[in-house]
Design a protein. Structure first.
Length: 163
């Protein structure tokens, strides 16, 4: 059974699909794509069925990442099939922990930037939606900076699952 990681932001059109694409690329590069599944969702359903924001797509493509995406809303029932739920900011972290019905589910929720040792005390990835392209570029930088630490943590968890 694969190790499943889901990234969560507000509407699932900016930050979480960006994190999904970047982390999937890291998983593939590490040769773990048979062992790790990566997806994303939003805390709300406002954009369900929509593709990623065009600025997210542009930043991902400029960075060499794929950007095939369809927005969806996170459901509490998903906790049972997920191993790790990655929140992009503290608001998402709180919303996800409210959805969790068990201590085990609550323990699965982490902030993305907690995997970046250089992040310091500010662990939120700012929402770029109402801003300009530089906000999307900054978001990508933060996601890329946290991805190696997250990959190391996931690799440790799937170590016993490797053939």
């Amino acid at each position: 059974m694969p190790y499943r990681v889901c990234f969560v932001c507000t509407g699932n059109i900016c930050r979480s699909p960006m994190a999904e694409s970047v982390f999937r690329a890291h998983v593939t590069e590490a040769g773990l794509d048979d062992l790790v599944e990566v997806d994303s969702a939003g805390t709300g359903g406002w954009h369900e069925g929509d593709g990623a924001d065009e600025r997210t797509v542009a930043v991902l493509e400029a960075g060499g990442y794929e950007s095939d995406h369809e927005a969806r809303q996170f459901q509490a029932s998903w906790f049972s099939r997920l191993d790790l739920v990655i929140a992009l900011d503290t608001g998402h972290l709180k919303a996800l922990r409210r959805l969790a019905t068990t201590a085990e589910d609550t323990a699965k929720v982490r902030l993305l930037r907690s995997y970046d040792p250089a992040a310091g005390g500010d662990l939120d990835v700012p929402d770029p939606y109402y801003g300009h392209m530089d906000g999307f570029e900054e978001c990508l930088e933060m996601v890329e900076a946290a991805s190696p630490g997250l990959l190391a943590a996931v690799r440790e968890q799937v170590g016993g699952r490797e053939a």
